[in-house]
Write a protein that binds this ligand. Structure first.
Ligand code: GDP
Ligand code: IMO
Ligand code: MG
Length: 432
């Protein structure tokens, strides 16, 4: 049993680091698990007793009997996607009653409307070669409307009078945008009201209208796990802008999107893969487009959970990782998928970038990512361990070369490695 303190789990690279596995694992020690940002753009895999579950918006702690899981105020919800996600998990043997008992939704979360997904798709098409490579789940347009103060929140679905007034203000603007910017079909108020009625029915069993009292009790008396989606390098403020998502996956995002302020958080575990992957467009200095990248993809099973897209693969980038620890507010590290490197002769880590034109060596992460094509990685090479690590239960059982690799990462990032993951299952985990 570990001494559990309220913990945020964040992805520290470009998403898909194996956060869900770490969240599911740490959830053993928590009473309450809350997602604080993002929407169904996330694809989170949990393997429990050999059964694989895919979550998108539902917190990865939902498989436990008596823990409350909440979709927090910082999230965006596409109700029909959520309905499908719930029914897919019910089909895997989790009961409907379990969801009704354990799943809660903040009334302040924003709704992804049909026009948001329309716009996400059209925007990507318009951008052509400069597209972001979004998941087309309407995430960017939903957060855009939230910050432009014309969003629809969960609570709006439950008040016909104020919803009608809001739509009178919002819909003419959205329709102009749909028609004149994107050449898309506008919506009538009746259509949208009918959709909202459907959304209300889907969400009604889960919306927690007593959230203020409940969260106060939870903050004062319970152990809390904050679950992040995406990753620090996809953060709207600190990621590889503009090739980012539209929310704040950094640990600080939890202080906004979980409705419990900053003092509820004690520590932040940043999850890094032992190498690196990315889906979608944008800079990736250590990307490998050769057979080594192909080997990482095949051995690591690197295909997106949400979109099925092959993930771009590359070596661990310590330049961006050090930056990620700083801006992500990471206090401890979890390294996942160490086992994927088991068969490699050599493993590389980028310790600096070199400007291909001037030869200049850069150690501080360059935040204008449109300049990244000017850089090539400067690598430090480590000897592979050529040993199966998937059955290692303790740090001491790891091969010496693997320990050397982990210690080197720890030194480069100046942050302690607390967890090492050597396989997708709950029990393939080493607490350091
Ligand atoms: P998330 O979005 O960060 O939760 O990660 P994803 O679920 O999108 O992708 C991580 C993938 O790696 C999933 O298929 C996990 O089951 C798998 N995984 C997690 N940890 C490990 C590990 O230590 N080793 C291996 N081989 N697979 C892992
Ligand atoms: P999890 O939680 C990996 C990427 C998309 C795209 C960019 C913007 O599983 O780690 P969006 O649809 O959010 O507007 O897309 O962000 N992206 C992810 N990449 N894992 C994710 O989630 C992602 N969620 C979004 O591919 O590049
Ligand atoms: Mg994922």
């Amino acid at each position: 049993m570990i001494d559990f303190k309220n913990t945020v789990v964040v992805g520290a690279q470009f998403g898909d680091e194996g956060k869900a596995k770490i969240t599911d694992l740490l959830a053993t020690y928590a009473d309450f698990i809350i997602r604080f940002q993002g929407g169904s753009n996330a694809g989170h895999t949990v393997v429990n007793d050999g059964i694989k579950y895919a979550f998108h918006l539902i917190p990865s702690g939902i498989l436990y009997e008596n823990k409350i899981c909440m979709i927090g105020s910082g999230c965006v919800i596409k109700p029909d996607d959520l309905q499908k996600e719930i029914s897919d998990i019910i089909a895997q043997g989790i009961s409907k009653e379990h969801f009704e008992k354990c799943l809660k939704i903040s009334p302040l979360a924003h709704i992804t409307m049909k026009y948001h997904t329309d716009i996400d798709g059209a925007n990507e098409t318009n951008l052509g070669k400069s597209k972001i490579g979004t998941t087309k789940k309407g995430i960017g347009p939903t957060y855009t409307d939230k910050y432009a103060r014309r969003g629809i929140r969960v609570e709006d679905l439950f008040n016909t009078k104020t919803l009608s007034k809001k739509l009178d203000d919002i819909l003419p603007i959205k329709n102009k945008e749909l028609e004149f910017v994107y050449n898309l079909k506008p919506y009538s108020k009746e259509e949208i009201l009918a959709e909202c009625e459907k959304y209300k029915e889907i969400l009604a069993p889960y919306v927690d209208f007593n959230w203020q009292e409940n969260l106060l009790n939870i903050r004062n008396n319970k152990k809390i796990l904050f679950e992040g989606a995406q990753g620090v390098m996809l953060d709207i403020d600190y990621g590889t802008y503009p090739y980012v998502t539209s929310s704040n996956p950094i640990a600080g995002g939890a202080s906004i999107g979980a409705s419990m302020g900053v003092k509820a958080i004690d520590r932040a575990v940043g999850v890094f893969k032992a190498y690196m992957t990315r889906v979608g467009e944008g800079a990736f200095v250590t990307e490998l487009t050769d057979e080594t990248g192909e080997a990482l993809r095949n051995i690591g099973g690197e295909f997106g959970v949400t979109t099925g897209r092959p993930r771009r693969c590359g070596w661990f980038d310590a330049v961006s990782a050090k930056y990620s620890c700083l801006v992500g507010g990471i206090t401890e590290i979890a390294i996942t998928k160490l086992d994927v490197l088991d068969s490699f002769d050599e493993i590389k880590v980028a310790t600096a970038y070199k400007n291909k034109l001037t030869g200049e060596i850069i150690k501080q992460y360059p935040t204008n990512v449109l300049t990244h094509e000017e850089f090539e990685p400067v690598y430090e090479t480590f000897k592979g361990w050529k040993t199966d690590t998937t059955k290692c239960k303790n740090y001491s059982e790891l091969p010496q070369n693997a320990k050397d690799y982990l210690r080197a990462l720890e030194n480069m990032l100046q942050t302690k490695i607390a967890i090492v993951s050597v396989g997708p299952d709950r029990n393939q985990t080493i607490f350091v």
